[in-house]
Design a protein around this ligand. Structure first.
Ligand SMILES: [Zn+2]
Length: 140
């Protein structure tokens, strides 16, 4: 009988702009990230065995080396270690990205709030800006 004039519905609609990706999309990103991590992990493993080898070489024949030779080997080894550390850093970034993906707040542009394309995330797992915003940022 009494007119049920409803004024409360209008307020709820505004809050519904929650960022969501479809499950399929999230899965696609996850697969790209996991593939990326595996590739980096392989590179890292190779790099580690390279370091071990360089180390072994150094210990095996360093007695007969002249200064320059030993210097080159040390340099090579240091470069390889830098590379390995670099790879490890990138692996950590990808793993962090995978974690954040699970929490649902990964892959959104920090500036405009648009979803960052899957391809970009696969190439740059630690990307926090979409291409457009990134370009704007660089132009300044
Ligand atoms: Zn953006």
């Amino acid at each position: 009988m009494a007119k049920a004039t409803n004024t409360s519905t209008a307020t709820t609609a505004k809050a519904a702009t929650k960022r969501t990706r479809t499950a399929a999309e999230t899965e696609k990103i996850r697969k790209a990230l996991v593939a990326r991590r595996d590739a980096l992990q392989n590179e890292y493993d190779e790099s580690l065995s390279e370091i071990t080898e360089l180390q072994r070489d150094r210990l095996a024949d360093s007695a007969g080396d002249d200064q320059a030779d030993a210097g080159t080997k040390t340099f090579e080894r240091e470069q390889e270690i830098t590379l390995a550390n670099n790879l490890l850093e990138r692996i950590t970034q990808v793993e962090r990205a995978i974690e954040r993906l699970g929490e649902g707040n990964y892959g959104w542009c920090e500036r405009c709030g648009n979803p960052i394309p899957v391809e970009r995330l696969a190439a740059f797992p630690s990307a926090t800006l979409c291409v457009t915003c990134k370009q704007l940022e660089e132009r300044r």
